[in-house]
Ligand binder design. Structure first.
Ligand SMILES: [Zn+2]
Length: 258
């Protein structure tokens, strides 16, 4: 099964510290098994949601903030059977590399892509994409189930749109609700603008901050869907999207078990 599981959907320090939403990142089962931005709780949540970290082939870190890299070493430990076997990849932004011990770096193949660089994780082609007003990289996964794009934390820029085009699934780190602007992060209005241009099959809001959670992310997702006609959801902790059943998603969405 090709799938995406949210080990956490919280963003920003107050959600992180309160664990109002989990902060474990995203588990991808594509041509390679990947954990993306393993923040605090990635190990615990992967076990909780039935994922075996020993099956990982790659740990991806988009930037150096603690909600994105905190459990990276733990996930490397699991991936390498306690560093007993050299196995798998650490793909990491150049500014975050120094946060990972040399001991853990030595037990994996380390890739430090720049925006625009393409690389392979087993049979999966991946491209690093730029962010705006925020240090780090996003990722674009060119899987046989279509293109899955992860914006990572970024400000809004029209220049980013071309990096998101042709996505089947677009995962946007949208910390803020509509009307609250911070240059370095997307709010729901930015997400709406992006969805309008990119028109993926499914748009997902995640990395939700405290204000956004209080405001109601489902409401914003419905607004974006209403204005664009593009299926849009706010991620929930533990939510799995089965890419082979995405076409049945409308039904799943109505049933609320997406
Ligand atoms: Zn973040």
């Amino acid at each position: 099964m090709s799938s995406i599981t949210f080990l956490g959907t919280g963003g920003g320090r107050f959600v992180l510290l309160s664990q109002r939403r989990y902060t474990g990142g995203i588990w991808l089962e594509l041509e390679s098994t990947i954990v993306l931005d393993p923040g605090p709780g990635a190990l615990i949540r992967s076990l909780q949601f039935g994922k075996n970290p020993e099956n990982l082939n790659a740990v991806l870190v988009s930037h150096k903030h603690i909600d994105h890299y905190n459990d990276a070493e733990l996930m490397i430990e699991a991936m390498t059977h306690g560093t007993k076997r050299r196995h798998g990849y650490l793909v990491i932004d150049k500014n975050a590399l120094g946060y990972i011990s040399g001991y853990h770096q030595n037990s994996v193949d380390v890739l430090v892509p720049k925006p625009g660089d393409s690389f392979r994780l087993d049979y999966l082609k991946v491209r690093a994409i730029p962010t705006w007003n925020h240090e780090g990289i996003g990722f674009r996964f060119l899987s046989r189930e279509g293109i899955i794009t992860y914006t990572s934390d970024t400000g809004y820029s029209e220049g980013l749109i071309k990096h998101y085009r042709n996505s089947r699934i677009l995962i946007m780190n949208t910390i803020l609700p509509s009307g609250v602007n911070i240059k370095s992060h997307l709010n729901a209005d930015d997400a709406l603008r992006i969805v309008k241009e990119v028109r993926p099959e499914l748009a997902i809001l995640t990395h939700l901050g405290m204000q956004f959670l209080s405001h109601g992310p489902d409401k914003e997702a419905r607004r974006i869907q209403g204005e664009t006609g593009v299926r849009t959801i706010a991620a929930r902790d533990g939510m799995t999207i089965d890419l082979e059943k995405l076409n049945e998603g409308e039904k799943q969405l109505r049933l609320g078990n997406f």
